[in-house]
Design a binder for this molecule. Structure first.
Ligand SMILES: NC(=O)c1ccc[n+]([C@@H]2O[C@H](COP(=O)([O-])OP(=O)(O)OC[C@H]3O[C@@H](n4cnc5c(N)ncnc54)[C@H](OP(=O)(O)O)[C@@H]3O)[C@@H](O)[C@H]2O)c1
Length: 323
């Protein structure tokens, strides 16, 4: 029996229960992974709260690193003893040990520790697909990026710096602003005391930006649209403050804006492409251009407290659960 977090109804953090569960032997195409660290992601709160549908009862989490203990009969490219991480696949990462489809496992390079890798799988791969696939940045652009001191945010700051991109990042406090700047964010806007649109116009000589990466959603949608140049792009990559509903006429009136709501799932397949994405991310880390360590750590049993901290905007950077 191993410890795992499960939930039987959607709701607040209190619905998360720690249980002892059986782990089956891996079947065809599967591998059993013993987790060293589990990563907390905002999407976990959407599943827990019922904003994203899931059959219940269920496990939670899609992002962890660990070591392969056993593989199914036909698995050839992953073997027992391999250090691996993952960010897609069935929910259930909040557990000591689990069985996963081997096809989603990403081998970890020797030069990257499990602790660092636990901050990279979902968050670093998200920065990769946002900056290199959804709206590819080449250097020289000025971008507006919301929640710059968050888990994806701190990696995005460093990736933008590595690309030579001028990043204007929003944060809620001066402490978060200092952290974002230390990670490469060029300018910060402290949303508790500064006007986002006014500051972006000041910083861009009145022109606005060509692209906004907006993971906050409801609270920032109108500001994001007002910060864009005509024919600019709104990348609506998350809804931490609530969902957005957009009338297409609004996009026309704000300047023929291009808007997309990207999901990782549509940018990560097939497997060789996923491994290429990971290689690009790992190369930045191995070269020291991206430095990433967990900023908060909770025991697996305290996953509910971790959710409270994340939803309460009390965290910066990455948060891990330790099994
Ligand atoms: N589309 C995708 O494929 C994809 C993949 C990964 C992540 N995401 C999204 O990217 C975002 C970042 O994920 P993360 O795990 O790294 O989380 P995070 O950025 O560490 O945490 C969310 C941050 O959003 C800001 N925020 C603004 N309004 C908020 C509100 N009302 N409630 C809570 N937070 C609020 C807070 O920063 P301040 O206090 O500084 O404002 C908070 O720290 C999430 O929206 C997530 O869903 C999307």
């Amino acid at each position: 029996m191993v410890k795992a977090v499960r939930f039987y109804e959607t709701g607040g953090p209190e619905v998360l229960k720690v249980e002892n569960v059986e782990v089956a032997a891996p079947g065809p195409g599967e591998a059993r992974v013993r987790h060293s660290f589990i990563a907390l992601n905002f999407i976990d709160t959407y599943f827990r709260a019922g904003r994203y549908a899931l059959d219940l009862p269920n496990g939670l989490g899609s992002d962890a690193v660990g070591v392969v203990e056993a593989v199914g009969p036909d698995v050839t490219d992953i073997k027992p003893g391999d250090r691996v991480g993952y960010l897609i696949g069935p929910q259930g990462a909040y557990s000591e040990v689990r069985v996963m489809p081997a096809a989603v496992l990403i081998p970890l390079p020797d030069g990257i520790s499990d602790r660092t890798a636990a901050t990279l799988m979902m968050k670093g791969m998200t920065a990769q697909y946002l900056f290199r696939q959804v709206y590819p940045l080449h250097g020289g652009e000025t971008i507006l990026y919301h929640a710059a001191a968050g888990g994806v945010g701190l990696i995005a700051c460093q990736w933008a710096r590595a690309l030579g991109v001028t990043m204007i990042g929003t944060v809620s406090t001066d402490e978060k602003a200092a952290l974002a700047k230390a990670n490469g964010c060029t300018h910060t806007i402290v949303t508790s005391r500064e006007n986002i649109v006014q500051r972006v116009k000041e910083l861009t000589d009145g022109k606005g930006v060509k692209v906004v990466y907006d993971s906050v959603g409801k609270d920032t949608l109108m500001d994001s649209l007002d910060c864009l140049q005509p024919r600019g792009s709104l990348i609506s990559n998350g809804t931490s403050s609530g969902s957005v509903i957009v009338d297409s006429q609004l996009l026309a009136s704000k300047g023929s804006i291009w808007m997309t709501r990207p999901a990782m799932f549509h940018y990560i397949h097939p497997r060789p492409h996923m491994l290429d994405m990971a290689r690009e991310l790992f190369d930045h880390v191995l070269a020291g251009r991206i430095v990433s360590e967990p900023q908060q750590e909770f025991a697996l049993e305290d996953a509910a407290d971790a959710h409270r901290a994340l939803e309460g905007r009390k965290t910066v950077g990455s948060t891990i659960l330790v099994p």
